[in-house]
Design a binder for this molecule. Structure first.
Ligand code: GDD
Ligand code: MG
Length: 352
């Protein structure tokens, strides 16, 4: 079996005003009726999968239990991080926790804010990854790049994929600058890193020990001294605060040589901005997507959303616009500037 490790501690500022610090995007129904977190948990809830291990922070712990109960998924355990230290310490804590019961456990680390519509194809990719993990590999999932995205990791393949086996990686490059990203895409040898990983507990602990040794002591202590609290397991805050804030991509992936990839072409989006939500929401033939009490008249390439039953949103003659209305905030933006929403969030923070 495979134990899903669901990461849901991030804050998703680029989807403001829907995604809030207190209620981030993974817990909101962004596309369809379920939240992204629920869709993620469901995707890995049957067949080869054991009960999931969820890692989140204190603020979201009841949202997590409520949303899992709604879809009838029982978590194996919920680990609470006293503060966000990024995905490096979070994944290491998960591995050290799972090691206590069985060091041979295979873990599938998954973000909880991605859209993967075809769960059958995803499960087939996981099966291929399991074979490679049995050989001691750290397995990534690769997406065919469509543009020179600087927010992703890039996977350099050692050979052409066959479709039935994982392919070795010669390199992992996390978040290259624009020029480098363009060169990597042009080379034709690279895939995007989907941010989903599969490995055995033993393999990943060895990798942390080798490539990020300073994390070992604080994270091990935080796990050993964790306290049970109303069904949650709270990592010890003293040692946890000494763990470096670093993503698993920088801490382990860029430094490892036993990496492989399973290419995945059945559809994936990390909904990294409103432009991506617009792309994933059902559109008419002029590229218009509406949700909630919203009406588009003579618009093109536009997303209109109302998140409040009392608020009517109407657009007339718009092109390339994203408009999102909440009870207490409205965003109106050029959809090609969707990534700049995080600047708005920053300036609001500075003002308050
Ligand atoms: N529990 C927990 N604790 N979860 C966290 C934390 C944390 O401290 N920090 C981030 N997460 C969760 C986020 O909620 C998200 O689901 C996932 O971990 C990945 O973190 P991001 O912060 O979204 O990473 P990224 O998007 O910048 O980059 C990663 O994903 C890309 C694909 O979407 C990298 O793996 C890239 O290489 C990859 O291309
Ligand atoms: Mg992300």
């Amino acid at each position: 079996t495979v134990t899903p490790v669901l990461l849901c501690g991030g804050s998703g500022t680029r989807l403001w005003p829907l995604s809030r610090k207190s209620y981030p995007k993974q817990f909101v129904p962004l596309v369809g009726d379920e939240t992204l977190f629920q869709a993620t948990a469901k995707r890995v809830s049957q067949g080869r999968y054991a009960a999931p291990l969820v890692l989140t922070n204190s603020d979201f712990r009841f949202i997590v239990t409520e949303q899992l109960a709604e879809i009838g998924v029982d978590p194996g355990a919920i680990l609470i991080e006293p503060e966000g230290r990024n995905t490096g310490p979070a994944v290491l804590a998960a591995a050290l926790w799972l090691e206590k019961s069985n060091p041979d456990t295979v873990m599938l680390v998954s973000p909880s804010d991605h859209v993967i519509p075809d769960s059958v194809a995803f499960d087939a990719a996981v099966a291929i990854a399991q074979d490679a993990a049995a050989d001691g590999d750290i397995v990534t999932f690769g997406i065919t790049p469509t543009h020179a995205e600087t927010g992703y990791g890039y996977l350099e393949l050692a050979s052409q994929p066959s479709g039935t086996e994982a392919v070795s990686l010669t390199k992992f490059v996390e978040k290259p600058d624009a020029a480098k990203a363009a060169a990597l895409v042009a080379s034709g040898k690279h895939l995007w890193n989907a941010g989903i990983f599969l490995f055995s507990v033993k393999t990943i602990i060895d990798a942390f020990r080798k490539h990020a040794p300073d994390l070992m002591e604080p994270v091990q202590a935080a796990v050993d001294e964790a306290e049970a609290d109303l069904g949650f397991l709270r990592l010890a805050s003293g040692p946890w605060s000494k763990a470096e804030n670093i993503s698993i991509d920088y801490a382990v992936m860029e430094r490892s040589s036993n990496l492989s990839v399973v290419p995945f072409s059945a559809g994936w989006s990390d909904l990294g901005g409103w432009d991506a939500v617009w792309r994933e929401t059902g559109q008419d033939d002029r590229g218009v997507a509406v949700s909630g009490r919203a009406t588009a008249i003579d618009c093109d390439n536009t997303l209109l959303r109302s998140e409040d039953d009392r608020v009517e949103v109407v657009g007339i003659g718009l092109n390339h616009i994203v408009a999102v209305a909440m009870p207490d905030a409205v965003l109106i933006a050029d959809s090609r500037r969707a990534q700049d929403v995080k600047l708005a969030v920053q300036s609001l923070k500075d003002r308050n």
